[in-house]
Design a protein. Sequence first.
Length: 124
Amino acid sequence: MNKFNDWLGDRLSYWLSTMAVFYGVTFLILSTLFFQKPVNMLGWLQYIIAIFFQGVALPVLGYTSRKAGDVQARMLKETHDASMLELDIIKKQQEEHMKEHVEQRKIINELHLIIKEIHKKTCH
């Protein structure tokens, strides 16, 4: 049931925050003014606050928050890609350093052998 609720919530959240819904709701809300207009200032305030803002502003807020999420997702992807590139560079450098280290150990071991030989020759 939770899976279905998540699926339905995602779909409704997406479609209710589209600009098409915004235009549709705006048209429906404004078309009610042809049938009955608020009579006084209090009526207009209630219409603007209760009807217009709740009906029109919410899809726009959903749309802008989705756009902001898209921007954030793009930035996260760029950061991830740059980090992965840096990680590849570091891995290559580490491999090179390990090769150098192995060669240096070989040279050190050879030098130790040479020193031992020299020491044997000079001491005997």
